[in-house]
Design a protein around this ligand. Sequence first.
Ligand code: C2E
Ligand code: MG
Ligand code: MG
Ligand code: MG
Length: 278
Amino acid sequence: WVKENGKDNYSIYEGYMIEKSANIMELELELRKAVENQEFILYYQPKIDLNTEEIVGCEALIRWDHPRRGIISPEKFIPLAEETGLINQIGEWVLREACKQNKKWHDTGWSDIQMAVNMSVSQLKQSNIVTTIESLLIETQLDPRFLEIEITESISMVTEEEKIKQLFDLKEFGISLAIDDFGTGYSSLKYLNKLPVDTLKIDKYFIDEVGMSTYSTSSLMVNAIISLAKSLNLKVVAEGIETQEQMKYLKKHQCDIGQGYFLCKPLPADELEKFFKR
Ligand code: C2E
Ligand code: MG
Ligand code: MG
Ligand code: MG
């Protein structure tokens, strides 16, 4: 009886797996089509100087504008794009689009805005990534100082000297480098020493508890990350600010820059322009 039941479960499980992989295969096919048909759009979320309340930059965040399913969040398709290698093409589209948009804003008079673009580690592993980015900047005529690359801490798992050298090459070209989701990744402080980092972005996870009680472990960690950043001469950005209390706390503890729904949600370019005008 036990055996039989086990067998039944197995076949249910097997059926589920087949169904699941069929879904993934369908999604993969659709993702390939999306690359061809340019079904992606960029939203932009501003970064605000917490002291002056000025916009210092924005972050480009991709969405898939699926013809039937509507807007799909990056969390749903970026992992698949990474697995299938499609991330390289998608990432190049993001870089070009974001640089073009920033150049347009600069030409319109919003000339201090720095554009941040998220990059997967697999993109950085491409041997021609440095020349790709350099030629995109030349093509779009954006000053490299106004481009920042955000990478997550998993970059610390990229140990080969060659990959690290690419980051130094980009840096030499004038591009800035931010560590995204700082504090939650496969962290080792060692790479802060080894990589040419300009900015730390404190993960929303720590910001969530800030401002509720001054002595929560999270707020103490936020203080520690801010002072770490300051002592290494890095810019520090708080991600995912959702309340006035969080903003007050961060300002009081000398966090330079903030980002979050409380300040502004990610918006399409034309809607963000209305926000710039305020
Ligand atoms: P991330 O780079 O850490 O971006 C922050 C995420 O938090 C964004 O989600 C943003 O919309 C969201 N967010 C901002 N403020 C708040 C807030 O106050 N509350 C809450 N709950 N969320 C907030 P999104 O746009 O869904 O992007 C998710 C992740 O997908 C990004 O995390 C990034 O890792 C990845 N991603 C987005 N665009 C790209 C891209 O062009 N290329 C690559 N490789 N990854 C991307
Ligand atoms: Mg980011
Ligand atoms: Mg982040
Ligand atoms: Mg994230």
